[in-house]
Design a protein around this ligand. Structure first.
Ligand SMILES: Nc1ncnc2c1ncn2[C@@H]1O[C@H](COP(=O)(O)OP(=O)(O)O)[C@@H](O)[C@H]1O
Ligand SMILES: [Mg+2]
Length: 512
């Protein structure tokens, strides 16, 4: 039942970072017994607003009311004590401790000590009530990401939160796990909690929420009853009246294999095995999609493919040439481009300007040389063109790139890596964090270089993106390929979800 007066009420919240308003006078409230979605593109200010509510940030302006009383949270602990709790995109659990130990973290000075058996009993009760099953005795590091999220959610319930905030919770889940999560959220609603569900995905918001508040560039666009708006209307509120270009994928003619990884095994940064004898082949004029829940070896795979991570076992070959153990520069030469997930390691030099950063990757092209010299005029011309096409916001081409914001750095890096005619592109989450226009543009560019014969590995968590772009589609789970689909159009989301959870394609049987 939805009651009229809100559990919490945020009024006129403004929060600026370095003079830029991440939240600009935003109002937001949540009632008991509702799921209120907070929708917006990346960078719209969703996490900031909820970090203000949960005591992580102090607002520059604005007030917070809890059941009508004004409150001032100094720390997340104050908010938790008041019944407001959040599951962050990174869960903030202690990996070496067990599930039950994580329940009482930070509660030592709340004035009560519970016995282990009482804690485990309560976990079991809550797990049953909300459908959040986990083993209380398991150390957190042994759990899958989906299970770790359940622990983080359980902890909010264990601490008796009334208002529960979930920040982009489905980003790390398989489709099946997301459905389970939604039934948990419905239970919370029935129990009279106020649930705040942060997302940038329209379909999820439409499915789970009662009301939705849309943020755009730090400002509130509106709060509406979800059942009263259609997907087009929501999209328009989220991105404005910008036109979203459709992805037009032209038929591809996949050619010969240009890049091969055979039985490769590598370790992760904790020296645990991240890939277990994995093999794949990238073919000319083709996008090989790689689906999987984040953290299943994707980063280690990409790093191994461009020589950044040593192989423990196996081999790499490029154009039939043995590349195993070759230095990074032999990979990331003119032919192989790499778009890492961690944009800080992008290979952009902060102190160099835009033209110089572009030239770093393209200096060898004939168009940019005048005999033994660099043709800076031509380089500036091309840098200007890609900056314009990728909509990189910069005062000029001559400023050091450290002056650019994160989103603009990312666009510059993508523009540089996808320019010219790369032969191999290893792209990890290339559209992550981009706005809708830039996302469509990057997808078009990937299809362009594919048409010109590049062999592309596209790693993404976005199944829709993978299905729209991939010629073949592989699924990775715990460092192994669960299956490779020669025609991704035949894949159902159900089936991909099961593979992402560790069910091999071969086990689906005939006709699957
Ligand atoms: N701690 C911070 N320091 C500086 N800028 C920040 C910080 N947190 C967020 N921002 C900026 O505020 C804006 C909104 O970010 P955020 O609230 O994370 O958006 P969302 O969660 O909707 O993706 C972005 O431009 C982001 O770069
Ligand atoms: Mg966020």
């Amino acid at each position: 039942m939805t009651t009229a007066s809100p559990l919490v009420d945020l009024r006129g919240i403004t929060k600026t970072f370095l003079g830029v308003a991440a939240n600009d006078s935003v109002d937001f409230d949540v009632r008991a017994g509702e799921v209120h979605a907070l929708l917006g593109e990346n960078g719209a200010g969703k996490s900031t607003l909820m970090n203000v509510l949960c005591g992580l940030y102090r607002p520059d302006e604005g007030r917070i009311f809890l059941s009508g009383e004004e409150v001032h949270f100094r720390t997340p602990r104050d908010a938790i004590a008041a019944g407001i709790d959040m599951v962050h995109q990174h869960f903030m659990l202690i990996p070496v401790q067990t599930v039950w130990e994580n329940m009482i973290l930070g509660q030592e000075d709340f004035g009560f000590i519970l016995s282990k058996s009482a804690i485990c009993r309560r976990i079991d009760e809550l797990a049953g009530q909300y459908g959040l099953h986990v083993d209380p005795e398991a150390p957190v590091w042994q759990l899958s990401i989906g299970e770790q999220q359940r622990v983080a959610i359980l902890r909010m319930l264990f601490r008796e939160a009334r208002v529960l905030v979930l920040d982009e919770p489905t980003a790390v889940l398989t489709p099946q796990e997301a459905r389970q999560l939604f039934s948990t959220l419905r239970r919370m609603r029935e129990e009279g909690h106020g649930v705040i569900f942060i997302s940038h995905k329209l379909d999820e918001v439409a499915e789970i929420s009662d009301r939705v508040t849309i943020l755009r560039k730090g400002r509130k666009v509106g709060t509406v009853k979800t059942s009263g708006v259609g997907p087009e209307e929501l999209a328009e509120m989220m991105i404005g009246s910008r036109v979203v270009p459709a992805v037009n994928k032209r038929a591809g003619g996949a050619g010969e294999a240009v890049f091969q990884a055979r039985n490769i095994s590598v370790l992760n940064d904790k020296d645990l095995q991240a890939l277990h004898g994995l093999s794949l082949e990238l073919r000319r004029g083709e996008i090989l999609g790689l689906a999987g829940v984040d953290g299943n070896g994707q980063t280690e795979l990409c790093e191994a493919l461009v020589g950044l991570r040593p192989l423990v076992e196996g081999s790499l070959a490029f154009d039939g040439r043995e590349m195993t153990g070759a230095p990074v520069r032999d990979f990331l030469s003119r032919d192989v481009r790499y778009i890492p997930a961690d944009r800080r390691g992008t290979g952009l030099v902060p102190t160099m300007n835009l033209r110089e950063n572009y030239a770093l990757r393209h200096y060898w092209r004939d168009a940019f040389r005048k005999g033994p010299f660099m043709n800076w005029e031509a380089i500036a011309g091309q840098t200007g063109r890609i900056v314009e096409r990728f909509d990189v916001v910069t005062p000029s081409l001559g400023v050091p790139v450290r002056m650019l914001s994160g989103g603009n750095l990312q666009k510059l890096m993508l523009a540089r890596e996808l320019d010219g005619d790369p032969r191999v592109v290893i792209a990890m989450q290339p559209t992550w964090g981009l706005d809708v226009g830039a996302t469509a543009f990057v997808r078009e560019r990937l299809l362009d270089v594919r048409e010109k014969g590049a062999a592309i590995l596209l790693v993404s968590e976005d199944l829709e993106e993978l299905l729209a772009l991939s010629d073949r589609l592989a699924v990775i789970h715990k460092g192994r390929i669960m299956g490779l689909l020669d025609d991704p159009r035949l894949a159902t989301e159900e089936m991909l979800g099961l593979m992402m959870a560790g069910k091999p394609l071969a086990s689906f049987g005939e006709g699957a």
